[in-house]
Design a protein around this ligand. Structure first.
Ligand code: PLP
Length: 322
């Protein structure tokens, strides 16, 4: 995004964003998206309040018609619509935003399209999940966290960018002491990001791929998804709980309809605590619960199990990494 801001005001790298006659940039994401969008806005100096949360539909996907209206309204009000963050696999419900539609709007409005596939992106390696990659070819950047669904231990995030040269123009700053090390033909990661020294993260990913193989990874993922669906079926068949979001990946959201009536009352807390303890006892070897016993809404992930309410969750635990 910094690269994009620079495209509009090429001297941003030298002069920064403050004390200058610049419009207020806006970033759009859904009300289900991860708070990393706000974190990025804070870090870039764009301001948390310039991240607009666009309402989602009843399947927790960004409402593109509202996005369009908000962008047009902001532009007419003097803001500069900068970027849209579309999520593939939201934190709380694993919903998938309509990326292809969002991409069309981004092209029309000349906005950067970032896809947050931190959780869900990894599923795209499965032929049966090809549908989630619809519209990705239009993205300016995509993030996938193999430490979430692809079994690589924390931390291992992969950033794909359409125009890597743009990143280099923003970040390359070679101190005299390193000049001799910078061989033009070689890709030096210090030229494409903030860090100079970095860990050898690729090694652990390589180890996982070597150990499991593509087929092994696919088999494990399919097993996790089978467990998720099975749990979803149990919830659907239960008299006490209902599914509160479609099961699209490894996340199951269930609601205790009785407790919705008295969100913070003692029986709710007691009931959820009871359920959490039962799940822990039954599934502890495979699944890790994160409990919010006061909430009537529960979220469950077989690759590490989390219990939380849709729309509020950010911290997930996984059996493999974070
Ligand atoms: C959809 C989504 N985006 C982003 C993040 C944050 O990822 P990271 O740990 O790489 O900051 C998460 C973490 O759970 C997530 O679920």
């Amino acid at each position: 995004m910094d690269a994009f801001a620079r495209k509009f005001r090429p001297s941003t790298r030298k002069l920064g964003l403050t004390g200058r006659d610049l419009p207020r940039f806006r970033i759009y994401t859904s009300d289900q998206a991860h708070t990393s969008a706000e974190k990025a806005a804070i870090a870039l100096g764009l301001g948390e309040e310039n991240v607009c949360r666009v309402p989602s539909d009843n399947e927790f996907r960004m409402e593109t018609s509202i996005l369009r209206k908000t962008v047009v309204h902001d532009r007419e009000s003097g803001f500069k619509p900068l970027a849209v963050v579309a999520t593939v696999g939201t934190t709380s419900t694993a919903s998938v935003d309509p990326v292809a539609e969002i991409a069309r709007l981004c092209r029309e409005e000349k906005m950067w399209l970032h896809i947050d596939g931190a959780y869900g992106g990894g599923f795209a390696i499965m032929p049966e999940y090809e549908w989630i990659a619809e519209g990705w070819s239009e993205a300016d950047s995509i993030i996938i966290n193999p430490h979430k669904t692809l079994f690589v231990p924390l931390d291992f995030s992969v950033l794909y960018v359409r125009d890597i040269e743009r990143l280099r123009r923003v970040f390359t700053l070679v101190p005299e002491v390193l000049r001799a090390d910078t061989i033009e033909t070689e890709k030096n990661y210090m030229d494409y990001g903030i860090q100079l020294g970095r860990r050898f993260r690729a090694l652990k990913a390589w180890m996982i791929w070597r150990a499991f193989g593509r087929e092994g990874i696919l088999a494990l993922m399919r097993e996790h998804l089978r467990l998720a669906r099975l749990f979803g079926e149990w919830v659907g068949a239960s008299d006490d709980f209902e599914l509160s979001a479609p099961v699209s990946m490894g996340v199951i959201c269930s609601v205790d309809p009785e407790s919705v009536r008295g969100w913070h009352n003692r029986p709710t807390t007691k009931r959820n605590k009871g359920l959490i303890l039962t799940i822990r006892a039954l599934l502890a070897p495979f699944w890790i619960p994160v409990a919010d016993a006061a909430s009537p809404l529960l979220m469950v992930q077989p690759t590490g199990l989390a219990l939380q309410s849709p729309g509020t969750g950010c911290g997930r635990q996984k059996a493999f990494g974070g």
